[in-house]
Design a protein around this ligand. Structure first.
Ligand code: B12
Ligand code: SF4
Length: 491
């Protein structure tokens, strides 16, 4: 008679994307109404674990706001060994709250925190929040897999991991070496995201067709802007090959019916050759898809733009930050506003929409510099723009010295670029709020803007459908300037 041998126990992992505030307020959140994007970091981790035969599930509270009772019932159903949460600075308080809840339900579950805020603060997070058992610093694939596969006594051998010794000491094992080749990653596990792709949408008026989706084809950025948090991928730049990227898009179209992609890469065109090869593939073997991307002015030229247009490029976002040359020189490298203006004109000439990305309230900002920004931006043929309220993230170069430049109230929950948590010297919050509204009002009153949004009736009918459906929320935001009416912190 044969003896039955039970297979070794396999660890189960549950990954959670926190909403950032109480689920009841989600219908009111202007960020979600205008842009609900899948958590690509968690989907990438899930695909990597799945490839290595680890059981994994995702709960996306941002995509599908879930009350705590749903999280508890999923924990009872799936009985995971590890629960990992991702967090930015503003979503950390909610992530910490969920982690405490998990420990209350089942103290045996090992809790892990990753993402930008965890990668910046490392051990400090575990000191601050004892319910966090592990922090993974930087890219998560390798350390998370090792954590799910190794024995407790091997914790010291996992690079990128913060953990507690049996004596209670918190240890960081040091930075891991990053994945050498991003093409070794499977496509993100979209199938683990309930409702994908229809539960997710790109920013309103930022796409011609639905269903649409977002995609990341590179990691890292070699620049060092003063306000930017690059604690996850640091200064490296690695990217998927053109062939991999083409296959990824083909998969998204064939399997998920996606018709438009937004590349959220920090620097989509940093490697010119990769982009020309990718465009050539799309031109020779069309997928009937369009795409958007974000670039820096130094990394585009008219020839490249024409090729991108032929391949289906619909909109390009360009980091402008401020139209005041002195302020720009304080916060960024290669600051040539004339070159930037020329590139905006070239993007338009190539037949591609442009979106300017700006910031208000940087150290050194004055009423005069904001006015210069307005004059500069409204002298350009940009179609759309986004004005972020400067936020000093703990992982940004500016953070250490920020108090020298003005008043900073470090309330993490409010650090979502939609609140003035920092007031530069010689300015007031009321003044910044007034200028912020004026900036948007001037944009929306330009004939070019009015015509552009009118043309969206046929260029992006789905955006207008969403606009009317959520008109109340957009109007409330226009008058109140508040992302959420009330955060309703208690669940
Ligand atoms: C796309 C994007 C968005 C999208 C969607 C984000 C989402 N749902 O995932 C939108 C536009 C909605 C968005 C919104 C915001 N964003 Co954003 N966003 C990005 C961007 C450009 C790419 C994110 C991404 O997909 N990266 C690729 C994946 C593979 O990387 P990843 O998510 O970091 O995940 C890896 C590791 O971090 C780690 N990891 C992550 N989570 C976990 C969890 C566990 C358990 C483990 C083990 C590992 C792990 O492993 C992953 C794979 O290697 C990043 C910049 C960047 N280049 O990363 C900014 C970035 C994350 N965003 C940022 C900010 C500030 C915001 C906003 C606050 C501002 C705003 N108003 O737009 C909001 C807040 C959103 C929120 N809920 O917290 C900052 C965060 C800084 C901070 N410290 O908070 C970043 C870093 C930009 C920057 N350089 O300043 N964002
Ligand atoms: S703002 Fe953009 S260009 Fe500057 S460091 Fe961050 S990702 Fe790079």
């Amino acid at each position: 008679m044969m003896t039955a041998i039970s297979p070794p126990k396999k660890n189960k992992v549950l990954l959670i994307h926190p909403l950032g505030y109480a689920a009841a307020a989600a219908g009111d959140d202007i960020l979600r109404l205008s842009n609900t994007m899948p958590p690509l970091g968690l989907a990438s981790l899930a695909a990597w674990l799945e490839k290595h035969e680890v059981d994994v599930e995702i709960i996306d509270c941002f995509g599908q706001p879930a009350p705590d009772s749903l999280i508890s019932s999923r924990l009872q159903e799936t009985r995971p060994d590890f629960v990992g949460l991702t967090c930015t600075t503003s979503s950390f308080p909610d992530a910490a709250r969920i982690i405490k809840l998990i420990k209350q339900i089942s103290p045996k579950i090992h809790t892990i925190l990753g993402g930008p805020h965890a990668s910046t603060l490392k051990e400090k997070i575990m000191r601050l929040e004892p319910a966090v058992d592990f922090v993974i610093v930087g890219e998560g694939e390798t350390p998370l897999l090792e954590l799910a596969q190794k024995q407790a006594r091997e914790l010291a051998t996992i690079p990128g991991l913060c953990w507690r010794t049996p004596e209670g000491e918190i240890v960081f094992n040091g930075y891991q070496s990053q994945l050498p080749d991003l093409d070794m990653l499977p496509f993100p596990a979209y199938h683990k995201l309930p409702g994908y792709p229809s539960a997710y949408t790109l920013p309103i008026f930022n796409y011609p067709a639905a269903p649409n989706a977002s995609c990341i084809s590179s990691r890292g950025c070699p620049y060092q802007c003063s306000y930017c948090d690059r604690s996850v991928f640091r200064q490296s730049f690695r990217c998927n090959s053109a062939a991999y990227l083409y296959q990824h898009l083909k998969y998204m179209r064939d399997r998920w019916g996606i018709r438009h992609i937004n590349f959220y890469d920090d620097q989509f065109t940093l490697h010119r050759e990769r982009v020309t090869e990718f465009c050539r593939l799309l031109i020779d073997n069309p997928l009937e898809m369009t795409f958007n991307c974000a670039v820096r002015a130094e990394h585009i030229d008219f020839e490249l733009l024409q090729m991108m247009k032929a391949a289906g490029c619909w909109m390009i976002s360009l980091g402008i930050e401020t139209g005041d040359p002195e302020l720009l020189a304080r916060h960024r490298q290669n600051t040539d506003l004339e070159l930037l203006a020329q590139r905006v004109r070239e993007i338009k000439q190539a037949g591609i929409r442009t979106k300017g990305l700006l910031m208000i309230g940087l150290p050194g900002e004055t009423e005069n510099s904001v006015r210069k920004s307005m004059e500069y931006v409204f002298s350009l043929p940009i179609d759309d723009f986004n004005l972020a309220k400067f936020t000093p993230f703990p992982g940004s170069p500016l953070y250490q010295k920020i108090k020298q430049y003005g008043e900073f109230s470090e309330d993490w929950e409010k650090m979502d670029c939609m609140n003035f948590v920092f007031i530069p010297q010689n300015m007031t919050k009321q003044q910044l709020e007034r200028l912020f509204r004026q900036f948007y009002r001037r944009h929306f009153l330009r004939p070019r803007t009015i015509w552009g949004y009118t043309a969206m009736i046929w260029r992006s009918p789905d955006s207008w459908r969403r606009f009317w459906k959520n008109a109340g929320g957009f109007l409330r935001f226009a008058f109140s300037n508040q992302r959420i009416r009330s955060r309703k912190s208690a669940q």
